[in-house]
Design a protein around this ligand. Structure first.
Ligand code: SF4
Length: 199
């Protein structure tokens, strides 16, 4: 346990000092925080989003705005507490105006996420949104199975890459449910699969 704490702390300190891509300048200019990740260091389930939104960048906490509220409700609907899971993002600093991650930013920042996964060793990684889905499915050797999120949301994919036996599940990003109750229902149905995995 001590080893996990120390290794995660090392990742955190590196992110706090990181200047590897231009998002660092945005962060400093706006007095934002990087969002490293938080949650249970021995989590069986890890959630990976895309990048911090405004609220997240202001606080340094992942999924703490409106989309985070939806995520909390979804977790609640399947009896999972937020403190039981670990939540991180593909990018640690906020892209301006919530634009898509650029390839160079993903290339520079993703090694932090990969290390977090290798340290925590979750059994299941829930991919929240298109960018984290594409990146991690490729990393886990599942590139041939990537399709549009509307086709593969809620499906389980098994992988042995990164020296881990891992299940990845793509989900719609919780933000889609903020103004669309129908999408909330879709997400609620998809989240039910987590109950069976936890058992
Ligand atoms: S987004 Fe990632 S790579 Fe870019 S400055 Fe922030 S921590 Fe470093």
């Amino acid at each position: 346990m001590k080893r996990i704490e120390e290794e995660l702390k090392k990742v955190k300190n590196e992110v706090l000092d990181c200047k590897k891509c231009s998002l660092y300048k945005e962060r400093v200019k706006n007095r934002f925080y990087p969002v490293v990740g938080e949650g249970n260091h021995q989590a069986k389930i890890m959630f990976v989003g895309e990048a911090p939104g405004l609220q997240e960048a202001k606080t340094g906490r992942p999924f703490c705005g409106a989309a985070g509220k939806v995520l909390d409700e979804l977790l609640d609907s399947v009896g999972i507490k937020r403190k039981e899971v670990y939540i991180a993002n593909l990018l640690k600093c906020r892209p301006p105006e919530n634009r898509d991650p650029q390839p160079e930013e993903t290339k520079n920042c993703s090694p932090y996420l990969e290390r977090q996964i290798e340290i925590i060793k979750p059994r299941v990684i829930c991919l929240l949104g298109r960018h984290s889905m594409n990146f991690l499915m490729e990393k886990f050797g599942l590139e041939n199975q990537i399709e549009g999120i509307s086709k593969i949301h809620g499906r389980l994919f098994e992988s042995k890459n990164l020296s881990l036996n891992i299940t990845v599940i793509p989900f719609y990003h919780p933000a889609v449910a903020i103004y669309n109750p129908n999408m909330k229902k879709v997400l609620e149905e998809d989240f039910k699969i987590l109950k069976t995995i936890i058992k």
